[in-house]
Design a protein around this ligand. Structure first.
Ligand code: HEC
Ligand code: HEC
Length: 333
């Protein structure tokens, strides 16, 4: 009798585990039915120039959509490298993404996609193939219509470069996380404005940049390393970045060094409070990268206009101070 009950329980467990595995394998690359935003690209040179500023400056697409470690370094130093993709973007135990080619090449790049597919990617984090991307990396859903149009119009104006990029690889754990974590689900109901707050030193402009363009909030909030859900108040820092050993070796740094984002709320011991004046703040950004292994996109941010840097300073200083003394931004586990 007992043997039979145990056998029954065992069979039951196998059935549940089998159903779980089947469910993950069938739904991790789900195709989402999300509408295409009703926006049109233009060949207007003022709009394209605005897009270029965003892509190589605050929105820092240029620092990620690179082909190699050499490109990563030169893009960060300010050289305009073709956004032809191909570089790996490791996600630890979840797998490795490969950076897509954003040039308008018709075999391997965005020439394969309609404008609608590109707008939808930015507004809903749904890739052209209909699967979801990782929203904390590209939080552009509330970018204003005019900025979205500017970015996609600029992408369309770039020189096409043929470069076939590998498909991203996900471990079973990565697939399971994709099914359950909201960071891997589309943003269904964004609330974007038609126009961006004018480029001026205002709290409104600073918040727009920090949340939906430059992603200060994505990195300066402590997050779960698997699901990327926020674990601390926004902007209070503490997000830990796993080393990328091959890249660290390439730039001659210790492959075991981790980075941690500091607190950028106006608490007396935060990294923000080190900057007593907006002039000191701007000077720090103009200086660019100091810590070679830092994941922060110092190069593109160093190219922001004075007004945009001032807006960020004013906005961050308007936040509620949160106590979180992040002393070590580079460390070993
Ligand atoms: C932090 C790095 C990062 C930044 C910044 C970034 N991207 Fe991406 N992008 C990625 C990764 C990684 C993928 C692939 C995601 C995946 O496979 O799930 C991707 C995918 C895409 C895709 C889908 C392409 C395809 O072929 O599937 C588009 C379009 C795109 N990004 C545009 C942009 C634009 C435009 C910007 C700037 C406004 C930008 N990205 C900024 C990392 C980044
Ligand atoms: C990809 C992640 C990432 C993004 C995006 C990011 N940061 Fe950082 N930031 C870090 C990390 C990690 C550090 C610590 C290492 C360093 O100083 O470079 C840091 C450091 C800083 C510092 C301290 C610099 C110093 O010299 O002490 C400030 C200030 C800062 N970030 C502000 C910002 C602002 C403002 C934004 C948005 C415009 C932003 N960060 C976007 C990850 C990021």
């Amino acid at each position: 009798m007992i043997k039979k009950i145990l056998l029954g329980i065992l069979i039951g467990l196998f059935v549940v585990a089998g159903a779980f595995v089947t469910y993950i394998l069938l739904s991790w690359d789900k195709i989402y039915d999300v509408p295409y935003p009703d926006l049109q690209v233009t060949a207007d040179s003022t709009v394209i120039a605005r897009g270029k500023y965003l892509v190589h400056g605050p929105a820092h697409c240029s620092n990620c959509h690179v082909s190699s470690f050499a490109d990563m370094v030169s893009a960060d130093q300010g050289k305009v490298t073709p956004l032809k993709g191909g570089a790996p973007f490791p996600l630890g135990p979840l797998g490795t993404m490969y950076i897509p080619n954003l040039t308008p090449d018709s075999n391997t790049g965005t020439g394969r996609y309609t404008d609608g597919q590109l707008f939808r990617m930015m507004r809903h984090v749904v890739k052209p193939d209909g699967t979801a991307a990782l929203s904390v990396l590209m939080p552009f859903w509330n970018m204003a219509d005019e900025d979205l149009v500017a970015v996609v119009s600029y992408l369309r104006s770039m020189e096409p470069v043929e470069n076939q990029v590998k498909k991203s690889e996900w471990s079973f754990m990565g697939k399971a996380i994709r099914v359950f974590a909201s960071s891997f689900h589309p943003v269904e109901n964004p609330t974007p404005p038609s126009y961006a707050p004018p480029m001026a030193a205002t709290v409104e402009r600073g918040e727009y940049l920090a949340r939906y363009v430059a992603n200060c909030v994505g990195c300066h909030t402590r997050r779960d390393p698997m699901t990327f859900e926020a674990l601390s108040p926004e902007y209070s820092g503490g997000f830990e970045f796993e080393p990328f050993p091959e890249f660290h070796k390439y730039i001659g740094e210790d492959p075991e060094l981790w980075a941690r984002s500091p607190n950028i709320t106006p608490h007396p011991n935060s990294a923000l409070s080190k900057f007593k004046t907006v002039e000191e703040w701007k000077a720090r950004f103009r200086q660019g990268r100091i810590i070679k292994i830092s994941p922060m996109h110092w190069g593109p941010f160093s190219r922001m206009t004075d007004q945009d840097l001032e807006a960020l300073y004013i906005y961050l200083n308007s936040l509620e101070p949160v106590e979180n003394d992040v002393t070590e931004t580079v460390f070993k586990k």
